[in-house]
Every structure is written in C-alpha cells, then in structure tokens.
Design a binder for this molecule. Structure first.
Ligand code: NAD
Length: 387
C-alpha cells in the first residue's frame, strides 16, 4: 500500500516503516558522529523506549556508551492493510541496528504499569543481563490501572482553583485563539498524580530491587518538564505540574533507600512528541520556541537533549536546589525567555507566520510518524508488515 499521513486532531493514525527507520538512523548518526560517551552504565532498562525521550535514551546509551538494553513500550503491531504505530516501527529499526552493532536489544510490548509486565521484564533482565545499572523511566500515558486495586485512573491536564484563559494554536489550520480551561476537580487532580506521578516509578524500582536485579551503584532517571511562566498556569501550576512534583518526592524516597546518586529527576526542554502535542497551549509555545531558539542557534530536539544529558550532565552531575539535573537550561535562559515573553502577547493568527515557526513544528510532528524524511520514496508500494 501507499502510506500517507492521516491526521486526526493531535495524532497521526498511520506511520511509515521506512520513514520511521530513517528517523531512528538519523538519531543514531547524531550520537555516533559526536563520539563515544564513556560510561560504566552498560546494562540499561528503558521504560517507554519506543518514541520521544525514551527512544533517544535507548539510542544514546547503546550507540554512545555501548550499552545492552531492554526496553518496554505499549505499541500497536501492523496488520495486512493497517500500519503499525510509529513506536512499533521504531522498536524494530532500533533492534536491527543495535544487533548489527553487536549489542543486545530486547523489547517487551505491554502495559508497563501492570505486575505482569514488571515480572516479564525482571525475567528478561535475569536471563539476558543479570542486573541493570541504569533505569530510564520515560512513560507518558493518559491512563493507568493501579495493579493493587484494579482501578483505572485518567489524567486531566487542567489548572487549579479558577478557570484559566490562555492562547492556543490549532496546528492544522494555523489559527491562534483564546481558550478557557476549566479548573480540575480534586478527583481529577488526584487521578493525574496516580497516572503521571512517581508511584509507578517507585513500584518498578522496588520490584527490581526485591528481585535482586539492580546493580550496586545503579542510577534511575525520570523526565520532567518545568517550563516557562508562559505555560505555568496550565502546566507547572496545574494538575500535570503537581503530578511532576510528585516525581521529586519519589526520587527523594528512592535516594533515601539506595543513596544520594541513585535517582534523579531530569528537567528537559519542550520538544515535539506525541505526548506534548496533546497538551493545550504547549503547541503554540512550541512553535514560538522553535523559531526563537533556531534564530539563536540553540535549537535542540529529543536526541540533542538526551545526548547532552548523557555526554555532559550525567557524567559529573550538577544538581539544582531540588536535586534535579537540568537540561532545560538553554530554553529557560534569560536570553531565550526574554524573547519568548516579548513575542507571546504579539501572537495572533496573522502574526504567527512571522513570529513563530508552524512549518517546522508540523514537519517535526510528521517526522514522529516517519513522514517528510529525505531519502524516503513515499510513492513506493510498501507492505506495512515488512520491516
Ligand atoms: P512519548 O509519547 O514520545 O513516549 C511515551 C512512551 O511511553 C512511548 O514509548 C510509549 O509506548 C510508552 N508508553 C505509554 N504508555 C505505556 C504503558 N502503559 N506501558 C508501556 N509503555 C507505555 O512521550 P515523551 O514526550 O517522550 O515523554 C516521555 C517523558 O518525558 C514524560 O515523562 C514527559 O513528561 C517527559 N518530558 C517531555 C517533554 C516534551 O516536551 N515532550 C519535555 C520534558 C519532559
């Protein structure tokens, strides 16, 4: 079949296998060209390994530091006339390339929040790696079933207290408008912490420790977004921000049990991923950020951020007042933010093309699904099951 993008709201329901493989290869090239990242953390578990920051983490540890990896993700396989999800193609492309480089690359598909997938992963670690030195927690999900109670929680991305009026962008039409986002109920706020807070991270670390598969001196990372004051009413000071603050609590408890260097929350830059495109206000902020940082020669995507994390931030960790590692330093620098704050009130449907870069945002979004990559013949007949 000829595979084309089919966009519904903020997702694309098709993915191109050759395009996804090209996208994975580009990220590998980025790391390889920059050279080795010396590290003793060579047995790595990546939770949420198939797309975004998790995929970049798997690529950087494998191709930068020669790590063997086990990844966990929740992706859809292909059918006869239906493409797989992009992450499924990414996983296959990554495995092929990692194996060709002589590295172990094993992927477990299933719900990482469940006890069954934790048990399967532990078994895979035992039989393939013995133990793990590094656990990257990069799950982004709107829903979680608590294995202890069977209850399912859905996150809600909303402000607290009062409704918030905010500018937002329809990335399909380019229209900038004002939306009013109603505040969260206590129940929605608590559910968001259940889904995106630190509970499942701690469950993973405890399960791995109890099974004896955590190496002495292991490190675990969990990714957060703090962002600029422009997005605080909806993000940092809203339900998602409270869930992310819960990661700091969880990290503190993991450090209390396993030592000061065992757990870090890492604050990363806003980038275009499947998860971030679903958050109100963030795509508008993102289109502006792309333009401002590109003009300053500072723009980074997922692979550049994670490469910089492992190459320069993790080797000799410098932590902030909340014990976090900061790779959002360029985004939140006074220079970048002064320009963001200057342009933000000027943004409208009419000024968007001049002030921000919707074209680049759309191109980055399509790349997540394997579309718009150079060197790929999109007119070719492709079997979606063949990778
Ligand atoms: P993403 O949507 O690209 O990746 C999410 C991953 O989680 C995928 O591998 C997916 O398969 C996996 N996943 C989801 N539900 C799962 C489940 N039940 N079981 C197993 N796997 C599951 O998201 P992303 O943007 O890379 O986000 C990863 C982390 O980075 C999140 O904590 C996010 O808050 C954080 N972060 C993102 C940004 C950003 O701008 N995108 C910025 C800073 C921090």
């Amino acid at each position: 079949m000829i595979i084309e993008p089919k966009i519904r709201g903020f997702i694309c329901t098709t993915a191109h296998p050759v395009g996804c493989a090209t996208n994975v290869q580009r990220q590998i090239d980025h790391v390889v060209v920059k050279g080795e990242i010396p590290s003793a953390r060579r047995r790595v578990l990546v939770l949420g390994c198939s797309t975004g920051y998790g995929l970049a983490s798997r690529i950087v540890t494998t191709f930068g530091s020669g790590a063997d990896t086990i990844g966990v993700s929740f992706e859809k396989p292909p059918a006869e006339n239906k493409t797989a999800s992009a992450g499924w193609y990414n996983n296959r492309a990554f495995e092929q390339r990692a194996k060709a480089a002589g590295r172990l690359a094993l992927t477990i598909e299933g719900d990482a929040f469940s006890d069954a997938i934790k048990a399967e992963t532990i078994e895979a670690i035992r039989s393939n790696l013995g133990q793990v030195d590094l656990i990257v927690y990069s799950l982004a999900s709107p829903v979680r079933t608590d294995p202890a109670t069977g209850e399912t929680y859905r996150s809600a991305i909303k402000p607290f207290g009062a409704a918030v009026a905010a500018k937002t962008l329809n990335t399909a039409t380019g229209e900038v408008s004002e939306v009013v986002i109603e505040p969260a109920t206590d129940e929605e706020a608590a559910a968001t912490v259940k889904v995106m807070g630190g509970e499942d991270w701690q469950l993973w670390i405890s399960a791995l420790a109890d099974a004896g598969v955590l190496a002495d001196g292991f490190t675990t990372l969990n990714y957060t977004y703090l962002g600029s004051e422009l997005t605080w009413p909806i993000y940092h000071k809203g339900t998602l921000g409270v869930a992310k603050a819960d990661l700091d609590r969880a990290a503190g408890e993991i450090r209390g049990r396993f030592g000061d260097t065992s757990a870090y929350v890492v604050a990363l830059k806003a980038v275009v991923t499947q998860a971030s495109s679903a958050i109100p206000v963030v795509p508008l902020y993102g289109t502006l950020l792309l333009k401002v940082m590109a003009e300053m020669g500072l723009n980074e995507g997922t692979i550049e951020q994670i490469d910089r994390l492992f190459r320069t931030k993790l080797a000799d960790p410098v932590i902030d007042e909340a014990h976090r590692l900061r790779v959002d330093d360029w985004e939140l620098s006074p220079t970048v933010q002064a320009e963001m704050v200057r342009r933000w009130p000027l943004l409208s449907t009419e000024t968007l093309p001049e002030l921000a870069d919707l074209k680049m945002y759309r191109a980055e979004f399509l790349k997540l699904f394997g579309f718009g990559l150079g060197g790929v013949d999109y007119t070719a007949d492709v079997d979606p099951r063949e990778v």
